[in-house]
Design a protein around this ligand. Structure first.
Ligand SMILES: Nc1ncnc2c1ncn2[C@@H]1O[C@H](COP(=O)(O)OP(=O)(O)O)[C@@H](O)[C@H]1O
Ligand SMILES: [Mg+2]
Length: 277
């Protein structure tokens, strides 16, 4: 039987151990080195190491509670998530201790799994503020994106107030398009989105990432969490990782890994990893 940890990464990559992924080739956008993270004294992530290159898209799979959201929020710099050891480098600079707003200005953007409701702040005003921070996107262009995402009617409304799950996800993407980040963290962009709107979400993510370009010319790098894998019908990641019990395992081809998970579940993954290769 084929085992999860036997899945080879794409040519040109080298997995050196289950917890450390070395990539070869272009410049590194994000380097996570031996990261351990706790929340309220409870250890959530252990010895996570991951390298994402310029223009590279990495998918992150893992069962509920394995620490996927924790990893993304730690990269973004949420203060609840305490880095116990290890470090995070972005474009070569150590960002482990800098606040979230500075990380955002450096070019990291996040779309939340469960976006917060922001009462008293209109979506339109938030987009204007965001455009002003990093520039490069015109207000007119954002208006076009809002039309494409079926969100034009939501611009005068408070952010996420009374939005459905799918509307929130689309609103998150619109805000990312306005922010114009170099590296995007997407936390389950496909969860809670109905079939009618999943193509809007998928196409907007491709718009963000620069689909159709060769990887060297892609607009941005990304780390995308997907539980069900629906988004892979639209987005074509370069590779995927599995996060299990707070550590990264099994780095390889996204479709191979997704098929294995769908066929055998994460239980098989745990079992396989307890065997000696
Ligand atoms: N704010 C928090 N306070 C306490 N525990 C938390 C908090 N956020 C997450 N956790 C715990 O951390 C673990 C990982 O959660 P999370 O990163 O959300 O997992 P995933 O996104 O993979 O489902 C879970 O056991 C969860 O209960
Ligand atoms: Mg999560």
């Amino acid at each position: 039987m084929r085992r999860f940890r036997d899945i080879r990464p794409q040519p040109g990559r080298l997995v050196k151990s289950l917890s450390v992924c070395y990539t070869l080739g272009m410049g590194s956008m994000l380097e996570i080195e031996n990261l351990a993270v706790s929340i309220d004294g409870k250890r959530i992530l252990n010895d996570v190491s991951l390298s994402i290159e310029e223009g590279e898209i990495t998918a992150l799979f893992g069962p509920n509670g394995s620490g996927k959201t924790t990893l993304l929020k730690t990269i973004m710099g949420f203060p609840t998530y305490k880095v116990e050891s290890g470090r995070i480098l972005f474009k070569g600079a150590d960002i482990t201790a800098i606040p979230m707003d500075e990380r955002s200005r450096k070019g990291i953007g996040i779309a939340f799994q469960t976006p917060p409701v922001v009462r008293g702040v209109k979506l339109r005003d938030m987009l204007r503020i965001t455009i002003g921070k990093r520039g490069a996107v015109s207000e007119e262009k954002i208006g076009e994106y809002a039309e494409t995402l079926n969100l034009a009617a939501f611009l005068p409304r408070d952010i996420n107030q009374g939005f459905s799950g799918g509307e929130m996800k689309r609103s998150e993407l619109l805000q990312l398009l306005a922010q114009n980040p170099d590296f995007i963290l997407l936390d389950e962009p496909d969860s809670g989105v109905d079939l009618e709107n999943i193509h809007l979400v998928g196409n907007s993510i491709n718009q963000l990432l620069g689909k159709g370009r060769v990887r060297e010319k892609r607009l941005r790098s990304a780390l995308i969490i997907t539980h069900a894998g629906y988004i892979l019908d639209y987005v074509n990641p370069d590779r995927a990782c599995i996060l299990l019990e707070g550590s990264i395992r099994c780095i390889g081809n996204p479709r191979d890994i997704l098929r294995e998970i769908r066929e055998k579940g994460y239980e098989e993954c745990v079992r396989c990893l307890s065997l000696t290769c």
